[in-house]
Design a protein around this ligand. Structure first.
Ligand SMILES: [Mn+2]
Length: 460
């Protein structure tokens, strides 16, 4: 992989910051548009905070990428284009193909701060003058490990007003939600900013046993409901089985995960696939919300079900009963599904792919996507093959398939990932869908799905 170009990236970022600072006194209306996930919501909050500091009035919108930009923006942009306006897009993708033609016709300034891969970037030499486009992936940064959406939003906001550092905990929620790794695995700007915020004591960094999803729990429930890692032979299993494992090893089942002694941690690490690592605590929050990963996961869960409750919980110290129920439903089901995948559900393996038919009640359709994702990040199946997980969707009578690959897969396949395979499938079998390198999905007719299953290796 080509080396990241810090200089060029920072030049672009600073240019956007300078323009914003120079023109902000002219902006009488600012609009923020962000993504409906933990990273998007924390990016939004960071930008909102800097706008408050600048006394700039603003509106915000959450985009879930289910409609085209032109349809979406029709409902947001004022009829007559105003020179004194600014729009800031954070973490909502870099669909220049759709956005540039719209932006060209407008008089407002547009700031796009994004860390998703850009399709066909080189075709866009002509970025309009009113567009400040900042995307580190163009300069060979990895949008997951190196820089989260919230890291980019933080860098933008903090350069404008250094006191934004005290909202750094928002950044950490975004990083935890997007990177799906322990904090010692962070790289580049994610790492740099993490350390800066930690040194300022806005968050607390700790080392311990990593059982993400259940770091706030007792070790018994931690092992049972951990989703990252999925602990083999323990996660998703019965209380009795887990208690037996713990008492055999002289560990009190009701001891909190974060209170385990290092000898106890070593013991668990040596006997399972769990490992030690760093995690972040948010000192101004309580209970489950004081754990950055769990807080982020909760926002991700709520974003899909009830976006207004996600937006309100990020402001609160304590979790609501409603959100807590959602959270527990989610991790209980997910840990069980992951166990089923690794033990009970048959797979069909070809040279390059693995098919799992999750239909007929094996896994509820609303869980297919997340089960596939966590199956892949946990490397539950052969990480050198692409995963196709799904089944018949009753309402459409189509096969709905979630497609995933691991980072390891991308490395050994020259970065050709899920989105490119989906494009090939659509070209020859039809269907609807899309995605990015690691994750995507497609709906296919039953005959097309059967053809795909028979000839899948030809699509790579
Ligand atoms: Mn993101």
């Amino acid at each position: 992989m080509t080396k990241p170009n810090h200089k060029k990236f920072l030049e672009k970022l600073n240019n956007a910051i300078d323009s914003f600072v120079d023109n902000s006194h002219n902006y009488n209306k600012t609009i923020i548009i962000s993504h409906n996930d933990a990273d998007g919501i924390s990016s939004l909050k960071l930008i909102q905070n800097v706008l408050y500091k600048l006394h700039l009035e603003h509106d915000y919108f959450i985009y879930n990428r289910s409609s085209s930009w032109s349809n979406y923006l029709k409902g947001i942009l004022p009829k007559s284009s105003e020179k004194k306006g600014a729009l800031i897009f954070t973490d909502v993708g870099s669909s220049l193909e759709e956005l540039v033609p719209i932006i060209k016709e407008r008089k407002e300034d547009f700031y796009i701060l994004d860390h998703h891969e850009v399709e066909n970037y080189c075709e866009f030499d002509k970025i309009p003058e009113n567009l400040y486009f900042v995307n580190p992936t163009i300069y060979n940064f990895d949008g997951l490990d190196h820089i989260a959406g919230s890291t980019l939003a933080y860098m933008f906001a903090k350069s404008i007003d250094p006191s934004i550092i005290k909202y750094g905990w928002l950044t950490i929620i975004g990083i935890a939600g997007d990177s799906l790794r322990s904090m010692d695995m962070l790289k580049s700007y994610n790492k740099e900013i993490y350390e800066e915020i930690r040194d300022e004591e806005v968050i607390i960094d700790r080392e311990g046993l990593i059982l993400f999803g259940s770091m706030h729990e007792t070790i018994k429930n931690g092992l049972k409901y951990s989703i990252l890692p999925h602990v083999k032979n323990l996660s998703g299993e019965s209380d009795d089985k887990i208690k037996e494992f713990l008492t055999q090893n002289n560990i009190i089942p009701n001891k909190k995960v974060i209170e385990l002694k290092s000898s106890e941690i070593e013991k668990i690490v040596s006997l399972t696939n769990a490992s030690k690592g760093h995690y972040a605590l948010l000192p101004q929050k309580q209970g489950i919300l004081s754990f950055a990963f769990e807080h982020a996961l909760l926002l991700n869960i709520l974003s899909f079900k009830n976006i207004s409750s996600a937006l309100s919980i990020i402001q609160q110290r304590n979790i609501t009963r409603y959100a807590k129920e959602m959270y527990y439903d989610y991790i209980k089901t997910l840990s069980k599904n992951l166990k089923k995948i690794s033990k009970d559900i048959p797979h069909l393996e070809t040279e390059k792919a693995i098919f799992i038919d999750a239909g007929n009640g094996k896994i509820p359709p609303s869980n297919w996507s997340d089960t596939a994702s966590f199956c892949s990040v946990n490397n539950l199946l052969d990480p050198n093959k692409m995963l196709f997980l799904g089944g018949l969707e009753k309402k459409t009578q189509m096969m709905k398939i979630s497609i995933r690959c691991s980072r390891q897969y991308l490395k050994s396949n020259k970065g050709v990932g899920v989105n490119q395979v989906i494009s090939k499938i659509k070209d020859s079998l039809g269907g609807m869908g899309g995605g990015h390198k690691l994750a995507g999905g497609i709906r296919l007719s039953i005959p097309s799905y059967n053809q795909l299953k028979e000839n899948v290796d030809n699509f790579f």
